[in-house]
Design a binder for this molecule. Structure first.
Ligand code: GRF
Length: 205
């Protein structure tokens, strides 16, 4: 059901979609009263996140860079879907494609991203997926964590909204550290950030 007090949210994904699942579960538990998960957009046809979205009866669409031919055409197609669905807020949840300055400028303070480290550590170009945790372990940091930030034209460079620290343990592998950061930080922070921003946006609507 459409609730007029709710902000329409699109979640952009590329992979497993555990962060999307955290949003779906939060919504089902009544923890996202100001946000409606209205659309899941994937740039990969085989993203398991799409299955999660369908199970939750959320509209889905697939837009691949290859099918579009150019970055500009790819982003135009993303925009078309976002506009058609009247999306107010975009959430990048494991979306493995860097968006151009043209795209981010269209949605100022309207795009959120979750990064699996404490920005400004281990962030920016090349720091995605397991690479982030490999770099953190190579440096020998004793805490890492996750950050939710607004997205601007600088990769991982927009205003920080929420952060949570997570301990690094002796014997950690990139995989074990990734999992702990997801469980203890990402899956909690992202729903909280979405509700915070949606509530603020709803006030101004
Ligand atoms: C997460 O670690 C997220 O922080 C990063 O990509 C990963 C996505 O995982 N941006 P999932 O698809 O949400 O499971």
């Amino acid at each position: 059901m459409n609730n007029p007090g709710q902000i329409k949210v699109a979640v952009l994904v590329s992979g497993g979609g555990t962060n999307l699942q955290a949003l779906i579960d939060s919504a089902a538990a009544g923890k996202l009263p100001h946000a409606k998960l209205a659309l899941v957009l994937s740039n990969r046809e085989d993203a398991y996140a799409l299955t999660r979205a369908k199970k939750a009866h959320i509209e889905t669409a697939v837009v691949t860079r290859a099918a579009c031919g150019s970055q500009a055409a790819f982003e135009a197609e993303l925009c078309r879907h976002l506009t058609e669905a009247n999306i107010d807020l975009i959430v990048l949840a494991g979306f493995m494609s860097i968006l151009s300055a043209d795209f981010t400028a269209r949605y100022p303070r309207r795009i959120l991203n979750i990064h699996p480290a404490l920005i400004p550590s281990f962030c920016g170009k090349g720091f995605y997926g397991l690479h982030v945790h490999e770099a953190a372990l190579a440096k020998g940091v004793k805490v890492s964590g996750a950050t939710v930030h607004f997205v601007n034209e600088i990769p991982d460079g927009g205003e920080i909204l929420l952060q949570k620290a997570v301990p690094v343990r002796k014997g950690d592998t990139p995989e074990t550290l990734q999992r702990r950061i997801m469980e203890q930080a990402e899956w909690k922070l992202l729903p909280r950030a979405v509700e915070l921003v949606a509530r603020d946006m709803a006030k101004k609507k």
